[in-house]
Design a protein around this ligand. Structure first.
Ligand SMILES: Nc1ncnc2c1ncn2[C@@H]1O[C@H](COP(=O)(O)OP(=O)(O)O)[C@@H](O)[C@H]1O
Ligand SMILES: [Mg+2]
Length: 257
């Protein structure tokens, strides 16, 4: 299987509002795909459909070869997912959070001990095992949440704005971990607002009010748009979309961050 994720004309409508419009996308295995777009563009909605958490209104898709509409349980077991909302138990310790998620994935005994040790080392959480998750800073919390999402050794990691509001040093460390995982063969789909993070992805998809405006490697996109950098690419894409798309009223337009 060449692609970890494939979707065709994936669409989600909430009441009358189209949140994701005919999204067609393929993400190769072992690559990092960055999903960019202003707030309200449909990143989380797309991610939730791909995780099997939300049924598409129309269109189709497979994740790790499983159908997003009919095989969502198979998908959930095989992916690691970090939602945009904080997913840890603040009144449990670092170790207890890992044990709680291990329980969900049915991991126990020697395997649990092994995975716990590996993930605590990966996240640099040694010495903090007994600390309450609620007392960790934002960067540490994100690394613990990532460890919880990786407990069952998923083939695909889906991260919804994992570094929003995290300090720059922690963001850098977090991304070092992501790149290491991809080198080891993991596929990563990550939504972000940060251009410096997007620049390190193998491919980027830029979504604007439900529509995928462009997709390619950062270098390809910069060359295609004859731009100086990624930020200029996205500003140009948004201007194009705004001048050609009268479905979006000015009050609804998002902001590129
Ligand atoms: N459960 C829902 N019910 C109704 N509207 C929703 C729901 N989830 C998302 N939306 C709407 O869909 C659009 C896309 O939202 P979202 O996918 O969260 O965007 P992003 O993650 O890019 O910020 C927004 O207009 C949002 O208000
Ligand atoms: Mg979102």
């Amino acid at each position: 299987m060449t692609y970890a994720i494939q979707c065709q004309n994936l669409t989600k409508t909430f009441q009358q509002r189209v949140a994701v419009n005919n999204l067609t996308l393929s993400i190769r295995r072992g690559t990092i795909f960055g999903f960019l777009g202003p707030n309200g563009s449909g990143k989380s909605t797309t991610i939730r459909m791909l995780c099997g958490l939300l049924l598409p209104t129309s269109g189709s898709g497979t994740v790790l070869g499983f159908d997003v509409t009919t095989e969502s349980e198979e998908i959930k077991q095989r992916i690691g997912y970090m939602s945009q909302k904080f997913s840890l138990y603040e009144d449990l310790t670092v170790e207890e959070n890992l044990q709680f998620y291990a329980g969900i994935y049915g991991i126990s005994g020697a395997r649990l001990e092994e995975r716990k040790a590996e993930l605590i080392a990966m996240a640099g959480l040694e010495g903090r095992e007994k600390q309450l998750a609620g007392s960790l800073s934002g960067g540490w919390k994100q690394r613990l949440a990532l460890s919880c999402a990786l407990l069952h050794q998923p083939e695909l990691l889906i991260l919804d704005e994992p570094t929003a509001g995290v300090d720059p040093v922690s963001r850098r460390v977090f991304w070092e971990v992501i790149h290491r995982l991809a080198k080891e063969g993991m596929t990563v789909l990550v939504s972000t607002h940060y251009m410096d993070e997007a620049e390190t992805c193998d491919e980027i998809g830029f979504i604007f009010f439900g529509n995928l405006l462009a997709k390619g490697s950062p270098r390809e996109l910069i060359a295609q748009m004859d731009a100086a950098n990624l930020e200029d690419v996205f500003i140009a894409l948004v201007r194009q979309a705004e001048s050609g798309d009268n479905r979006v009223s000015p009050g609804e337009k998002g902001r590129i961050q």
